[in-house]
Design a protein around this ligand. Structure first.
Ligand code: 5BU
Length: 261
């Protein structure tokens, strides 16, 4: 299955050029770490990209929380991505009808499609959300992760929702690069990736805000993650660079253990 195959082999089986590129970056950098850069100023966002960039395969933004957004910020992010060899994912969680998401993806303040290699999508509207996003892309060097299951307490992503969402995923292998979930996904295509947030070495949860955490080892070994998303565990650490190095080492060791067992 996907879980026992090395990323190098899976890169050749990707049906999407972005998935292939991401898998190759993971192999080259020995990193299956995605940092969730949840900071509210452009200077903090760029500082993070420049400092933790060498240790991540993927840099995840919520671009709408940046108070001083500008086109220059995007140019700096793209330069950092190029320099440190990582991809950009905007965690927009598109969740509307196809026509609306095509506009949200390519227009407005952020013009996400023009810079983000990847985006996240809620499949709740049905397949049209994917065809809508696809319609906004000229060539297909863009892709999306479908959010099939959330990390938060009391989430509404039931087993039947997860399996219906997986069907949508399988229908668009040219644009979908994988799923975001918490339990080993039934991805039968080794060219697709599982992205898993809710990862921390120190915390179980964030109190009343609903986040639930698992250890790096558990998300890779037990929960089927290919790439783990770490936000506050790195961003709010006393030394974010040292934290990024530690998460990267632990996550990669867990992956190596998984493929060798
Ligand atoms: P944290 O600081 O490690 O808790 O940040 C987790 C990030 O992952 C944050 O940007 C969330 O928006 C994102 N996330 C999540 O936590 N859980 C989910 O199910 C999904 C995204 Br989908």
């Amino acid at each position: 299955s996907r879980l026992s195959l090395p990323f190098s082999v899976r890169a050749d089986q990707a049906t999407n050029p972005v998935a292939a590129k991401l898998l190759k970056i993971m192999v080259a950098k020995q990193s299956n770490l995605c940092v969730a850069a949840d900071v509210t100023s452009a200077s903090k966002l760029i500082a993070l990209a420049e400092t933790v960039g060498p240790y991540v395969c993927l840099f995840k933004t919520h671009i709408d929380i940046v108070e001083d957004f500008s086109a220059q910020l995007i140019q700096q992010l793209l330069a950092a991505a190029q320099k440190h060899n990582f991809l950009l994912i905007e965690d927009r969680k598109f969740a509307d009808i196809g026509h609306t998401v095509s506009l949200q993806y390519s227009h407005g303040t952020y013009k996400i499609c023009s810079w983000a290699d990847l985006v996240t999508v809620h499949p709740v509207p049905g397949e049209g959300v994917i065809t809508g996003l696809k319609s906004a892309v000229a060539d297909l060097h863009r892709g999306c992760f479908i959010v099939v299951e959330m990390s938060s307490a009391g989430n509404l992503t039931t087993p039947s929702y997860i399996s219906s969402s997986m069907e949508i995923c399988k229908k668009h292998p040219d644009f979908v690069v994988g799923v975001v979930c918490q339990t080993p996904s039934t991805l039968n295509n080794p060219g697709l990736l599982q992205l898993t947030p809710g990862v921390s070495l120190d915390c179980q949860n964030d109190g009343e805000l609903g986040q639930q955490y698992n250890s790096p080892e558990d998300v890779i070994m037990l929960r089927g993650a290919d790439i783990a998303v770490v936000g506050r565990g790195i961003v709010q650490a006393a030394d974010p660079v040292q934290a990024a190095q530690e998460y990267r080492t632990k996550l990669w060791a867990a992956y190596e253990k998984r493929v060798s067992s």
